[in-house]
Ligand binder design. Sequence first.
Ligand code: 13P
Ligand code: SF4
Length: 307
Amino acid sequence: MDYINEINRLRKEKNAVILAHYYQIPEIQDIADFVGDSLDLSRKSADTSADIIVFAGVKFMAETAKILSPGKKVLIPDLNAGCSLADSCPPAEFRKFREKYPDHMVVSYVNTTAEIKAMTDICCTSTNAVKVLESIPQEQKIIFAPDRNLGSYLSRITGRDMVLWDGACHVHEEFSLVRIMEIKDKYPDAKLISHPECQKPILIASDFIGSTSALLKFTDSDSSKEYIVATESGILHQMKKQNPGKLFLPAPPIDSTCGCSDCIFMKMHTIRKIYHSLMEDKFEIDVDPVIRQKAVIPIRRMLEISG
Ligand code: 13P
Ligand code: SF4
C-alpha cells in the first residue's frame, strides 16, 4: 500500500492535521503539516481549525493539545510514546513535595503529565523559560519541575535560587563529554551546541545552549560549518535540510555503539502507524475534565507570556 497517498487522502477527507516534533523520524517530519518544538506545537494545536489532530510527538504533547482544544479529536499513533522526564515526576509524590513549600509558586516545564500541570502556576518550555521566570516578581519563591538540569541552568543564567524537582530525561542525561571531546579532536572547528536538559559539564563546554528551535535558528544564522549537536538526533534532519553545506554530528551518549542519541518514545511513531491512526481514529487522547480545567490555566498563562 502507498501509505503516503492514503495519509494525504485521509487527512483531506477527515479535515485532519499532522503535527510533528523535531525529534520524529525524517519521513514523518517530511509529511507533517507542521513541524516544530514543544512551544510551536502547543501554539499550533490551540490555533488549528482542523477537526482532528494527529500528534506525532509524545503523550504529554498530545495531552497539551487536548487540554487546549477539548472539542477536537486528538490522536497519537502509538500510545506507548511516553516521556522519561514526565515519568520522573509522579503526581502523588509531587503533591507531597509541593506541600513542603506552601509559599512557593510552581513553574513546570511542559514535559509533565496533565496532573502535574493541574498543580502548576505557570508552564514553560525551554524556548520561553527565561521569559516566564522574568514575569514573576523577584521576591516570589519558586519550585521548578521536573528537570533538574534545565532548572539549575535557569538558576545560573537568571540568578534565581529555585527549589528543584529531581527529574531528568534519559536522552539528555546520557551525553558523554569524553566522547564529545574525541569528536572535537577530529573536528577542532566544530561548535558544540546543546539543549539545556543536558548535564552541567556538557553545558559548560558548549558554544551555544538552546531549545530545539533555538539550536536550529543558531545553525541557520551562525557562520561555522561544523557542529556537534547535543540533543535528540531527529533535529539533525531539519538542520541538514536547511543548511546542506554544513556538517552536523550527533553528540554520542555514554553507552551506545551506534553513536546516536534517539528518544525511544519519540521514535515509536512510523508512517504506517500514522496511516492507521488516521484510518481508525486511534489512539484517542482524553483528559479528565476536572484536571483539564486546572491544567489549562498554567498553559494559557505560558502562551500569553511568550506571545
Ligand atoms: P523542546 O521544548 O525544545 O521542543 O524540547 C522538548 C523535549 O522533549 C526535549 O527533550
Ligand atoms: Fe521526554 Fe527526553 Fe524524549 Fe524529550 S527526549 S520526549 S524529554 S524522554
